[in-house]
Design a binder for this molecule. Structure first.
Ligand code: TYM
Length: 334
């Protein structure tokens, strides 16, 4: 009997600096949980990173470091295709074609574009504007079923779906229309200093985010310093108690406990005890990842070989979709 093909997962992270707890809980941790049941590709999206000016040597370093981080977090290099976006030219080729199917009005509505163009007012480049087309190309090239991401990518996934449907309506069944997978607890990890804002690696105040490479003692301190309220009751209420609710979400991601179990656990305790429990638990799980990360970073040859082999595997899958697309739009065969 022919074995049925597993459904496919595709996701990626920009190698544009440190990896935060938001990236881990919003994305990678869920990838690790889903990897057994799906056929997965996890990309290091270096082409996306170029939409903000990069120091070339840092981009190279961050890209390899992200490969090591994916593995250290628990992604199995044998089972998943972990690769670098710029190693597979099909992304850029499909990106061009999809650009011609995307309306300016659609891209204008993207909240990430609006935010980023405010933050990088000196460099509002065309790539930043058409960035969602490149992301759609990533996803659609691989006939993806499911895209596990954090809440901030929801709008991009919607656009990807719209583009797939638009293209299919003109040319027939070319693209699989993907679904987003947005986790319950980790989809939006907030800043530790301004808990109504998303935790972001580009924030100026290093106390507002936790890097996956932060020293464990520093992690405990950052959680201790996290902004909370004065009620002194551990209760989940994102609107009125965003700081405490964020720490509860973080604790829930580490332990798997739900909010009511966490409320019960800390019912008779103050914020000091709650924060130190969350900080210690977090430091422990992040430092276990760091041990593996450091081992992997000592063997760069292994990481380089892995991404080189995987680029070929990804390119093979991508080429099938791309040739179909080229034929459909009317490009002359070579
Ligand atoms: P990026 O690099 O900004 O973020 C990578 C992943 O981390 C999630 N994330 C968060 N989740 C919860 N709380 C937070 N504070 C937080 N901050 C970031 C993001 O939602 C994302 O899942 N455009 C994408 C990368 C990309 C991509 C793709 C993703 C390019 N092509 C194809 C999926 C499929 C981005 O910039 O993510």
């Amino acid at each position: 009997m022919e074995e049925q093909r597993k459904k496919r997962i595709y996701s990626g992270i920009q190698p544009s600096g440190i990896i935060t707890l938001g990236n881990y809980f919003g994305a990678v941790k869920n990838w690790v949980e889903l990897q057994e049941d799906y056929d997965c590709l996890f990309c290091i999206v270096d082409m996306h990173a170029l939409t903000v000016r990069q120091v070339p040597a840092d981009l190279r370093k961050n890209s390899l470091s992200l490969v090591a981080m994916y593995l250290a977090c628990g992604l199995d290099p044998e089972k998943n295709i972990i690769y670098i976006q710029s190693h597979v030219p099909a992304h850029a080729e499909l990106n061009w074609i999809l650009n011609t199917f995307t309306y300016m009005g659609e891209l204008n509505r993207m909240t990430q574009f609006k935010e980023k163009s405010q933050r990088h007012a000196e460099n509002i480049n065309a790539g930043l504007f058409t960035y969602p087309c490149l992301m759609a190309s990533d996803i659609l090239l691989y006939q993806t079923d499911l895209v596990p991401v954090g809440e901030d990518q929801r709008q991009h996934i919607e656009l990807t779906r719209d583009l797939a449907v638009r293209f299919n309506n003109i040319y027939g069944d070319v693209f699989k229309v993907p679904e987003g997978f947005i986790p319950k607890a980790g989809a939006r990890i907030m800043s530790l200093q301004e808990p109504t804002k998303k935790m972001s690696k580009s924030a100026e105040d290093a106390n507002s985010y936790i890097s996956m490479l932060d020293d464990p003692r520093n992690i405990v301190n950052k959680i201790k310093r996290a902004v909370t309220d004065s009620e002194a009751v551990v209760r989940f209420d994102p609107e009125n108690k965003p700081g405490i609710s964020n720490l509860m979400n973080i604790y829930s991601c580490i332990t798997g406990k739900d909010h009511s179990a966490i409320e019960a656990e800390f019912a008779s305790q103050g914020y000091g005890a709650f924060k130190s429990t969350v900080g210690e638990a977090l430091a422990e799980s992040v430092s276990a990842i760091q041990v593996k990360y450091n081992q992997l970073m000592n063997d760069k040859g292994y990481l380089e070989k892995l991404i080189s082999e995987n680029a070929d595997k990804a390119a093979y899958i991508a080429s099938k979709t791309l040739s179909k697309v080229k034929k459909k739009v009317g490009f002359l065969p070579k």
